[in-house]
Ligand binder design. Sequence first.
Ligand code: A3P
Length: 296
Amino acid sequence: LQLVGKYIQPETKEVNGILVTKMMSENWDNIWNFQARPDDLLIASYAKAGTTWTQEIVDMIQNDGDVQKCQRANTFDRHPFIEWTLPPPFNSGLDLAEKMPSPRTMKTHLPVQLLPPSFWKENSKIIYVARNAKDTVVSYYHFSRMSALLPNPGTWEEFVETFKAGKVLWGSWYDHVKGWWDAKDQHRILYIFYEDMKEDPKREIQKILKFLEKEIPEEILNKIIYHTSFDVMKHNPMANYTTFPVSFLDHSISPFMRKGMPGDWKSHFTVTQNEEFDKDYQKKMAGSTLTFRTEI
Ligand code: A3P
């Protein structure tokens, strides 16, 4: 970690062409050799896709809607973030995961080709959540501003270009969503969308329930919808990342629970920027059957 002004700026490195933090790259052999178990559940996503939201939904399902149990610990301690590597005294994802009794639920932002192969070998279940590129880049920009754990985003104009070029942590959004989309036909992957969750949380939670082979009464389902709504999660300290040291996450710059709405990109993109983004998007997504909604 390098001190830049008031904040700590992580150094970055590439692993097989994908930008990661230097600490992750130094830990890469351990990450790659991570031992998944058949009863693991992995929540995978590109950064800012609605990972924390999905994690809360899954935890509520697993705990039969018991809010108290879901407040046993912070999101990041309930679900190890497998590749995330921090210096002591902070827990790295691998340490947490290895200590955790089964059945484990974990998180990753790794692109499909960098997923530790034991997940495929053990046929662990994976939920992949995807969010449209424009809202993702906006959310990623604000998160990079408030987080000292991510590279400094520069200006909004600069960050949009960095994002398009895939020179951000976890690499190209375009390759990430397409890669996992293609993988879903060969593996136990439930592929869901942020916009669908926002539009009809009940329908999407029911998909997750089916995937987890779980049935719950209507009353618990409604409780889960309420507890995992943006406004409730925004005020839940075990889900909103406010317990993290302020030197790492500064919510006064931009809160982790920021807007929680599809379509906020419209207040960031200029007309020209939007046209250029769309043109580049068509090229990068050409040939894929994957489609996104940028508003609902
Ligand atoms: P915004 O910055 O657009 O508000 P991740 O958990 O993958 O880092 O994603 C964070 C994004 O999901 C943020 O988006 C955050 O506000 C949003 N989010 C978190 N919980 C949510 C919820 N319950 N409903 C809707 N959006 C949520």
